[in-house]
Design a protein. Sequence first.
Length: 431
Amino acid sequence: MTNSPSAMPAPATGGGCPMGAGTGAVPLSGPGFHTEPHALYRSMRREHGPVVPVELPGGFPAWLVIGYRELHQVTSDGELFPRDVSLWNQWENIPADWPLLPMVGTPVPSIYFTAGAEHRRHADMVIPALEGADPFVIRQDCEQLADRLIDAVCSRGTADLVAEFAEPLPVLVLARLVGFPDDEGADIARVLKDLADGGPGAQKAHLRFGEHMGRLVAARRARPGDDVTSRMLAHPEPFTDEEYALDLMAITAAGHLPTADWISNSTRLMLTEDQFADALSGGRHSVAEAMNEVLWEDAPTQILAGRWAARDARLGGHQIARGDMLLLGLGAANGDPHIRQRVTDVVVRSGQGGNSAHLAFSHGEYRCPFPAQEIAEIIARTGIEVLLDRLPDLELAVPAADLVRRPSAFLRGMTELPVRFTPVPRTGDAL
């Protein structure tokens, strides 16, 4: 969603606006982000270098870090560039109904929107709760839920893999993981989609999301189980119900659409690129290669908000003012020619078919925790494997050029992935 800058409060002066008004800031919206983002990033790199002045919807200024080394520098220095949204020098201008507010965040006590010692306090509670999840059980749940979703479409020979498989699967698995009954998973999926799209329903979706998590905390306090919420509640240091709910919201939101897009982007790659075609005939190694390729070239999270400058600083040849927002251009940094040639040379010399030096999960203290990365990988890979096992002659139902990307500069996914296949029995049908 984009708004006319004239319809919004003017950005603050006195250091709040990178480069000043009318100095060629790049609007952080438009079809270039949806169709050919890497071409757009190359253009930005030529014109501005590794750090780009950008304008968020509503006319609010920020910096987009697209250089691999500069992004590494920002994410490695939590003191100079903390993830402390309270530092933002635009707060007095931000309307309460700004559509990107749920994504940018407000100063609230959660693992995602705290910094320094307070962030580490939340991480010390959340990360062990995630580590306590059994990978075998996650895979088993994922296989069962993937079969359930495929059963709903397998007899008709056509499906939209985004709406009917890739989007619902992660949230259904995550709902079980944190302790929800299965019947709440579908509504949470709708809530998270409204939230991520940043449209007019984003604020209401955020409230509904919080209500779900508040009920879950109360239910698991009354009746603990073998789930993430119960393990969080069992942590020796007490937290408020609001903190538990906000941390659960962060876990679920961070794991839902990025994992869904990882599934659909990887499946699209296998259906459109010859080098990954053997995955469709049971090539498990090729599934892993396609998934890794997506993290480099088609990362689900293209831009991450964000970091804020704790004091005036120089970065990538630009003067960053105290309180300026820095957006992490994860997808752009992965395509930085300064690092990609080096990565390619290492892969060729080592004879390895993949490399995990990408920044798809960010970097540094605030990166996606390793247990969460592992959970996402289990869900994505298991989902794709079950899909290819059940529907072995899967093929696109439209030309690849007709596939439409989600209208977001932040998230890289497709609005739909129409496929056709030979109808097959449901898992419960007699053969």
